[in-house]
Design a protein around this ligand. Structure first.
Ligand code: SAH
Ligand code: SF4
Ligand code: F3S
Length: 469
């Protein structure tokens, strides 16, 4: 009988990818994924350590799982609880102390060994210490993972790069994910072909620092721009995206790809974090605001309608009103289509956590609200500009209502095909790229109707001239 596996994922897309691969690792051991933890044989929490709030969530979730585990034992069964991902890597001992009923603690680089860990945990006696595997093994997990057991669907994630050597002073990633590593191009291309054969039409290339990609290729190496060109040659792959990139690693080859590869979508998440040179230096970002501006200018020359997204941290230690004003100024100057902003969260073991001049929480709250107001305004303006235009949208899922279809514009906007979507013509665009006319804009989504047939004229790359000038 199939054993029940429940996985809950926190954090970034890399964790989402990893969760899928953990299910692949466990499939040959008889595990099938279920939607609820009640009655599961194995529960995996795939965790995120990036900010304090994210990490603390895990302990409350574990608190909720404890009675489910006891209930399972009373019924004569067994529920194995595993904590995976970045919290496990960063504070395995703390997990074992605060939640002694956790059976397995494993890091992001060891899940190819999950089968063995589960077998060991299954044999353990109550009260035994958990099975812990938080090494950074010499071998790469990618060389030991089975082929995907479950198709990912129309939009698929593909990890091409892992880890980070940048050591921004606020960030835990170099400690939780380890050193930078790029998968060989041949392995990436083979996985991409498999995904497309299983129905994927869009691939999101993933890495903590994805544009630092430099995979082995032939006798040499391939950068991200080169990899994108190779991927674009795969028939039936309509769209390529990548995330997250670092401004310092945007090279000319990648910029050229944005101008020349129609499959590469005109949306780029390029986190700047701050607009103040002083703060950027203290963050160890290794670029200044003018460097960021120059990279953006080059990208926009290559692809004038490129929509930019960013991450911001407010209240980094020592950030003054003038530094914060510089961030607002940069936002006004660049214009973002979308953004994520966070209050600085001091993370154990990172240099910024120990810096003097920590900014009071009330100041962080005020700055965050101010910045988000400006960013929301820009996002709404960007979305409003789409109204009346025709766009190529990849419809990959059902909308909130069963009679709605949802997809993404080339610029990553969520697009909802307006009601009356039950008729056959509209249902038939599910899983395909269709031309739609945008009729309404909200802050986080666009409403659309199918464009008249006459408009399916050579606009398949999805460019809308002047959508963001
Ligand atoms: N590799 C990416 C970022 C990955 S982490 C880059 O270099 O841009 C995702 C986002 O979380 C970061 O961009 C940053 O804005 C935010 N973040 C990371 N550490 C944080 C911290 N200690 N406090 C608040 N936000 C943080
Ligand atoms: Fe973290 Fe990104 Fe900096 Fe790496 S480049 S340390 S992942 S913020
Ligand atoms: Fe979080 Fe780890 Fe991703 S800390 S953001 S899950 S790399």
């Amino acid at each position: 009988m199939t054993k029940k596996l429940f996985i809950k994922t926190y954090g970034c897309q890399m964790n989402a990818y990893d969760s899928g691969r953990m299910a692949d690792v466990l499939a040959p051991h008889g595990y099938g994924v279920v939607a609820r933890p009640e009655g599961a044989d194995l529960v995996i929490l795939n965790t995120c350590h990036i900010r304090e709030k994210a990490a603390e969530k895990i302990y409350s979730e574990l608190g909720r799982l404890a009675p489910l585990k006891s209930a399972r034992t009373k019924d004569g069964g067994q529920m194995i609880i595993a904590v995976a991902g970045c919290v496990a890597q960063a504070e395995g001992a703390e997990i074992a102390r605060r939640a002694p009923y956790v059976d397995i603690v494993l890091g992001p680089q060891t899940y190819h060994r999950l089968g063995e860990m589960v077998a060991r945990a299954g044999r353990a006696a109550p009260g035994d210490a958990p099975v812990v595997d938080t090494e950074f093994p010499a071998e790469s997990k990618f060389d030991h993972l089975p082929e995907a057991a479950l198709p990912q669907g129309v939009t698929a994630y593909l990890s091409v790069q892992e880890g980070c050597d940048k050591f921004c002073t606020f960030c835990v990633v170099p400690y939780t994910r380890g050193a930078e590593y790029s998968r060989p191009a041949a392995a990436v291309l083979a996985e991409a072909r498999r995904l497309v054969a299983e129905g994927a039409r869009e691939i999101m290339l993933l890495g903590q620092n994805v544009n630092a990609y430099h995979g082995a290729h032939g006798g040499g190496e391939l950068g991200l721009g080169g990899l994108i060109r190779e991927l674009a040659a795969i028939e039936d792959l309509k769209r390529i995206r990548y995330t997250t990139s670092h401004p310092r690693d945007v090279d000319d080859e990648l910029i050229a790809a944005h101008g020349e590869v129609p499959e590469l979508m005109p949306y780029l998440h390029l986190p700047v974090q701050s607009g103040s040179d002083r703060v950027l230096a203290a963050m160890n970002r290794r670029y200044g605001r003018d460097d960021y501006r120059r990279v953006v200018d080059k990208l926009r020359r290559a692809r004038p309608d490129l929509a930019l997204a960013s991450d911001f941290i407010v209240g980094f230690p020592g950030e003054t009103d003038a530094d914060f004003a510089a961030t607002l100024g940069l936002v006004e100057d660049i214009g973002f289509a979308q953004a994520y902003s966070f209050k600085f969260s001091p993370r154990p073991g990172t240099p910024a956590a120990g810096m003097t001049e920590q900014v009071p929480d009330a100041v962080k709250t005020e700055r965050l609200a101010h910045l988000q107001q400006l960013l929301d305004h820009q996002q709404r303006a960007f979305n409003r500009r789409a109204v009346g235009t025709t766009m190529a949208v990849l419809f990959d899922r059902q909308g909130k209502r069963p009679d709605q279809l949802a997809g993404r514009s080339p610029y990553m906007q969520a697009v909802i095909l307006d009601a009356a979507a039950t008729d056959a013509a509209e249902a038939s665009v599910s899983g395909t790229v269709a031309q739609v006319q945008i009729i309404k804009a909200h802050t986080n989504s666009l409403k659309a109707v199918l464009a008249p047939q006459t408009r399916t004229d050579g606009m398949n790359s999805g460019a809308v001239e002047g959508a963001w000038a």
